[in-house]
Design a protein around this ligand. Structure first.
Ligand code: SPV
Ligand code: MN
Length: 651
């Protein structure tokens, strides 16, 4: 369960301000006249008290209010250069930011939900008692902004006025964080008060990098106070740890959808994109995938790209499913981004006219960024996330240091991407979603695309996402479960979240025409696991267009499909035709490798999921019902045809 405003608000406990007059006194004592004038239009007393408490705790030398005006944004850009958080690159509008070597990705083990006594949270998450978190803030955040400027920004997570948008405050001493916020979120300074009143809640995010030293990183904490919708982040700069309007506030939205908007809203780790079908019709899709599994690439394959990371979804009064992107920019992984797979993104990264903040890539002596897998010539030396770099450089253990960090990123406006449909992305009505997809990194079990036969089976596809264990996970073998690709961001019990999924997709509020189809996608089957040899993939990035194209046709009733125990599979002829549209041959033998049912693998997967979910309490019975039924049908199929069944048998 989630109870808002339960326990003491840590900001008020440590900052010691509880009334508006007290808050105003602190604000007046700390802001110069220009910034006071800029803050004056913000009248919401809860917001002002939060801001004043943040000032009272962090004790900055100065406070800057970002009104979102071109001058204010320019001020942040320039301050970031003079402060040294960013450096100019050769290309106009491009800068580089380096995070400390120890702070290159989400600090999972230093990320906690603040809980009240005897509160239960997700079995997958770490928690800290409210009293302990209060102690940390007192000890480590008191005066953390000495000698620094605190910047304040007002943002909307989603187009202003949308059913599922939520306003948020970002308070930070980091110019990189504020600069990134300007590219990734909609500044709603002018409408903040009105939005808070309309929505009924707002998020508060307080961050300071402190002295930004390696030795402080062990003290870094990312705290999320579910009850007070407030985040705290210290001693780090990586945007996933610091710009908590992203995953910090996403977690609050997941909570809010699960406990306060059940059957009405969902908050997902999904891209949103549109595909143009026959007769110029547009079909919008939203799809989940774990970090680093091709979500950004998939999103940009569409003709009408909307977002690449998060989706706020709801059922509109007309019975359609609607989605907005709470963000307006991309914080994308650059490894393996190249001309062939990501042409539109490459145009922005290598062309002129796009503002880009690079992070943790290699910068050569000419001020040009380089990254692993860009398909370009590699420089011999430069500077990267760990300092000076040259080809063949090794770390203290003798391991080769890659040119760019695996999680190095680029931050830019989504509207810079040529196929971004900015008008639709900014529409508070959202886009109508007809296709929901779930994908992971599965080398041996599920086909490239399949469609659930009913909504329960669709929810179970989401519950069953897996990704291959990576070499960096000690002791991990086989696959890792990644429910909905959203598990790292589900604060409450997984069972509650699952229950909310079943409620939403089976809702009587959905109209017949508004009900989406639900599908699985998998780009990662290998030759070796499908009757061939080696680890090479059976497909390539541009095939994604075919899988989405087929889903577009199927969702509109334009193609037939093969009925199998796991769902509907595409017919060879339909795919072959779609491959023609991307100028590619599609041999029947490849189709057979991709779509034959490897029954033992699928049954093993179902057993693994059943066992894992059996250990969680209160998992909805529908999940086990779907697994049981599918397993029985798969066993019957095996009995009849053997362990590997070609789709021919099932037509
Ligand atoms: C992800 O890791 O899923 C991201 C980047 O989108 S982060 O902001 O780190 O979450
Ligand atoms: Mn993400």
């Amino acid at each position: 369960m989630l109870e808002l405003k339960k326990g003491a608000d840590i900001l008020a406990t440590v900052g010691a301000l509880t009334t508006l007059p007290q808050a105003q006194a602190v604000i007046e004592a700390n802001l110069d006249s220009g910034n006071l004038a800029k803050l004056a239009p913000i009248k919401n007393s809860d917001a002002l008290i939060k801001i004043a408490n943040a000032i009272s705790i962090c004790k900055p030398d100065a406070v800057f209010v970002n009104s979102g005006s071109p001058e204010d944004i320019q001020w942040i850009r320039e301050y970031s250069l003079s402060k040294g958080e960013e450096k100019k690159l050769a290309k106009d509008g491009h800068t580089i930011h380096f995070d400390l070597p120890q702070d290159q990705a989400r600090l999972v083990n230093q990320t906690f939900y603040i809980i009240n006594e005897d509160e239960k949270i997700s079995s997958l998450a770490k928690s800290v008692l409210r009293s302990e978190a209060t102690g940390y803030v007192k000890e480590h955040m008191d005066g953390i902004m000495h000698g620094m400027t605190m910047m304040i920004g007002f943002y909307s997570r989603g187009p202003v006025g949308a059913e599922a948008s939520v306003p948020a405050i970002e308070l930070s001493s980091s110019t990189y964080v504020l600069h990134s916020a300007e590219l990734l979120y909609r500044n709603c300074y002018d409408q903040f008060d009105k939005e808070v009143e309309r929505v009924g809640i707002f998020f508060t995010n307080l961050h300071s990098e402190g002295p930004n030293r390696t030795e402080d990183v062990p003290n870094a904490r990312i705290f999320m106070d579910r009850s007070w919708l407030t985040t705290f982040s210290t001693f780090c700069t990586y945007a996933g740890n610091t710009l908590l309007m992203k995953k910090g506030n996403h977690r609050f939205c997941v909570d809010y959808a699960t406990y306060y908007k059940k059957e009405e809203h969902l908050s997902e780790h999904m891209f949103i994109t549109g595909i143009t079908g026959p007769g110029d019709r547009k079909t919008f899709m939203a799809g989940a995938a774990p970090s680093g599994c091709g979500k950004t690439t998939t999103a940009m394959v569409g003709s009408d790209f909307i977002g690449d990371d998060l989706a706020q979804i709801w059922i509109a009064p007309d019975g359609t499913v609607r989605a907005i992107n709470p963000e307006k920019g991309i914080f994308g992984i650059v490894e393996d981004v190249n001309r062939e797979g990501d042409p539109f993104l490459m145009d922005c990264l290598r062309g002129d006219g796009t503002e880009v903040i690079w992070s943790n890539v290699l910068i050569d002596e000419q001020g040009v960024p380089h990254w692993v897998g860009n398909g370009e010539k590699t420089p011999e030396k430069g500077v990267n996330f760990q300092g000076e770099w040259h080809t063949g450089k090794t770390d203290s253990e003798g391991n080769l240091i890659p040119m760019s960090h695996k999680n190095s990123r680029c931050t830019l406006l989504a509207s810079a991407i040529a196929n971004h449909n900015t008008e639709a992305a900014e529409d508070p009505a959202g886009v109508p979603v007809k296709v929901i997809t779930y994908s992971g990194r599965d080398s041996d079990t599920m086909p490239p695309v399949w469609v659930a036969k009913n909504m329960d089976e669709g929810v179970v596809i989401g519950a069953s996402i897996v990704s291959k264990a990576t070499a960096t996970e000690i002791g991990a073998v086989g696959v890792r479960r990644q429910p909905w690709a959203n598990a790292p961001f589900i604060p409450g019990a997984l069972a509650d979240y699952m229950d909310a999924q079943f409620s939403f997709f089976n809702s009587a509020k959905l109209s017949e025409a508004g009900r989406p189809i639900m599908a699985g996608l998998n780009y990662f089957l290998t030759h070796g696991n499908r009757g061939g040899t080696g680890d090479t993939l059976l497909g390539e990035k541009r095939d994604v267009k075919v899988w989405l194209g087929w889903l577009e046709l199927f969702a509109n009733g334009d193609v037939k499909a093969i009925d199998t125990p796991i769902g509907y599979l595409p017919l060879y002829e339909d795919l072959k035709e779609l491959f023609v549209s991307i100028d590619k041959e599609y041999p029947r033998s490849l189709y057979d490798m991709q779509f034959a049912l490897y029954l033992d693998n699928i049954i093993h997967r179902i057993d693994m999921q059943t066992e894992a979910y059996s250990k969680e309490s209160d998992i909805p019975a529908q999940l086990f019902h779907v697994y049981t039924q599918q397993k029985a049908e798969l066993l019957a199929l095996k009995e009849k045809y053997g362990a590997v069944v070609s789709t021919d048998r099932l037509i």
